[in-house]
Design a protein around this ligand. Sequence first.
Ligand SMILES: [Mg+2]
Length: 186
Amino acid sequence: MGLKIGLDIDGVVADSFPIFRRELNKHYGKDISRIDNYDMSKVYDVGWGDISAFFDQNVEYLFSEPKPMKGSVETILFWLKAGHEIVFVTARKCGFEEKITMEWLKKNNIPYEKTVFAGGASKTFAVREFSLDIFIDDFVSNALEIAAMSVPVLLLDAPYNQGKLPQGIKRCYNWEEIRCEIDKLK
Ligand SMILES: [Mg+2]
């Protein structure tokens, strides 16, 4: 039987952070070489409201410009063919951000059926609602919350998610590894 796989977008399917970093560097006149804190206001040493406003003003570009993460599209197509179900669960907001995201998925030939635009809400409600078997994310807080529901999590490695992980969360270094982990489960 196929698995129900929950998939985050930024930093998992979309290689967003290099674009965020490039544009934030331009905006703040800095030369930050890695985003090692998920809270980018700490990285750029500005208020959260400031970063938030920057994203609101430039959201179309920031969400359209990223390339898919290497290996992600092929793996998603492979999973769908193998009978797995995919639910995209992102912290992006419904409305305009949703529209840009749908266009991005289409442009990159990523089929989608179910999508959840959680905004600031925890992703746990989507995990419950869709009875997801496994979740793939890059944000440690999401991973911890979901793992606490006894749903296994694959965490795609990034400079901002370093550190020891509890049981139930497995660090993967690329999409090839993610694919292997899913293969083990079915
Ligand atoms: Mg993410």
